[in-house]
Design a protein around this ligand. Sequence first.
Ligand SMILES: Nc1ncnc2c1ncn2[C@@H]1O[C@H](COP(=O)(O)OP(=O)(O)O)[C@@H](O)[C@H]1O
Ligand code: SF4
Ligand SMILES: [Mg+2]
Length: 335
Amino acid sequence: MSPKPPSHASTLLSVRDLTFRFRGQTQDVVEDVGFVLRRGETLCVVGESGCGKSVTALALMGLLPRNAVRIRSGTVEFRGERYPVNDFDRVARFRGGEMAMIFQEPMTSLNPAFRIGDQIAEAVERHRRCGRAEARARALEMLQRVHIPAAEQRLDEYPHQLSGGMRQRVMIAMALANEPSVLIADEPTTALDVTVQAQILDLMAELQADTGMGIILITHDLGVVAEIATDVAVMYAGHIAEYGSAADVFGDPQHPYTIGLMSSVPRLTGPRQRLTTVPGMVPTIGTMPSGCRFSSRCPFAAPVCAERPPLAEVGPGHRAACHFAPLDRTLELSA
Ligand SMILES: Nc1ncnc2c1ncn2[C@@H]1O[C@H](COP(=O)(O)OP(=O)(O)O)[C@@H](O)[C@H]1O
Ligand code: SF4
Ligand SMILES: [Mg+2]
């Protein structure tokens, strides 16, 4: 029997209308952000540095400093529960258990003063009723699952005794020890060399295939996105500029920002380019244009762009926030 098509996959996490600002600021750093993550699928969130990708993830995990942030709206549906993003107690209950996060820098999650095995065991004990021996057995099992050689010895080592790639594996082991249904990975491989990057991404895909967890992968590497994304959300200056299946967003980009990003995808030949080849810079809070936030860099900006474009459907399940979407490609060619 053939497996069900992935479009029938069930929704794991849905986020709506997420809007917040840092105290003392006059503009929202993230505005009206929403998305859906389905079982076994990978949603990639892309955009240049400073576009609000990390703060969005931190808000969902309840990890932004509470006294520094003002959450103005935002609803989450997760595990059959519906709750506001600022229900910090509920968010804390899921964090590290049903919903886990890994970071670019493993030392954000690992404590240099404690042995690796103890740290993973403690994460297990926090979410399960089990004794120390069982938690330690689980820690060992997880180190083996992430292919750490000589796992039994590694249990008693400290983070500094491991290479960067091995520390990243330990962080993944710790995040996955409680079998989360959602894993948020914020640039998890950016600090690693290319070979290790590929190994870590393969490992995440392998664990996802085993458990069916949904992954939200934040990255600015469009090569990675093309390889593993099911869906893509393109963020620009705290807004979602474009959202849809990877096939639609890559095959038929409908927002001028997405098109700009794609033209800076690293090619197989020639020097490796980064996303900064879209001319200009992301505006900072306080200097955001009041309508379309991309208008200060957009080659197609027109008077109507002083009004904020809605994130409108341009095809089934494919949305773009541009007054001119669906785009007339002749415009693009003559620009
Ligand atoms: N604690 C904070 N206080 C004030 N501004 C912040 C704080 N953390 C992040 N920012 C600002 O929020 C914006 C989005 O940052 P971030 O989410 O880190 O971007 P990205 O992950 O897309 O590179 C940036 O302008 C950043 O300077
Ligand atoms: S709404 Fe206007 S400024 Fe914004 S992306 Fe579209 S054309 Fe460019
Ligand atoms: Mg970031």
